[in-house]
Design a protein around this ligand. Structure first.
Ligand code: 4NP
Length: 159
């Protein structure tokens, strides 16, 4: 069981979408995962995902209505096997909170996609392009699931 945490700024657009898409695609692929998401800010703590993000995800069959925003905390380094940032700014904020001795990998989400045209997931809260964000999130989720499958094939004891 891989525990994966997706992190963005507000935890109402990109990271809850990533959590929902990744969890659904992993289940469909038969890969056991525990997915969660968080924001580096406390601006929307307790809020459901942003309406347009909920509707765009629903348009592709993902239900993210039940998710609630929370703020990233340094204890997340111990609670998850991998932390995945939507953009470089998120990644830098996360790295500044890394506890001494923690070796939990923190990666950019799109580094897991095969041929992503950009390195960061553009924030649809500002771009208003929720379909672009979903295209990139689906590509990266698929790539990450493939990597998890390969890792468990190489070391079957990790299953
Ligand atoms: P997210 O997008 O980081 O993808 O959840 C944002 C949502 C809200 C705000 C900024 C980014 N905001 O400024 O409230």
């Amino acid at each position: 069981m891989s525990r994966i945490l997706f992190v963005c700024l507000g935890n109402i657009c990109r990271s809850p979408t990533a959590e929902g898409v990744f969890a659904a695609m992993a289940e469909a692929a038969g890969v056991p995962v525990e997915a969660d998401s968080a924001g580096t800010s406390d601006w929307h703590v307790g809020d459901p995902p942003y309406g347009p993000a909920i509707r765009a995800a629903a348009g592709r069959g993902y239900d993210i209505t039940g998710l609630r925003a929370r703020q990233f905390v340094s204890q997340d380094f111990d609670r998850f096997d991998r932390i995945i940032a939507m953009d470089r700014s998120n990644k830098e904020t996360i790295e500044r909170m890394r506890p001494a001795g923690s070796d939990t990998p923190v990666t950019l989400f799109l580094s897991h996609a095969a041929n992503a045209p950009v390195e960061e997931v553009p924030d649809p809260y500002y771009t208003r392009d929720f379909e672009e964000a979903l295209d990139l999130i689906e590509a990266a989720a698929g790539g990450l699931i493939g990597q998890l499958q390969n890792a468990s094939a190489i070391s079957p004891k990790a299953r």
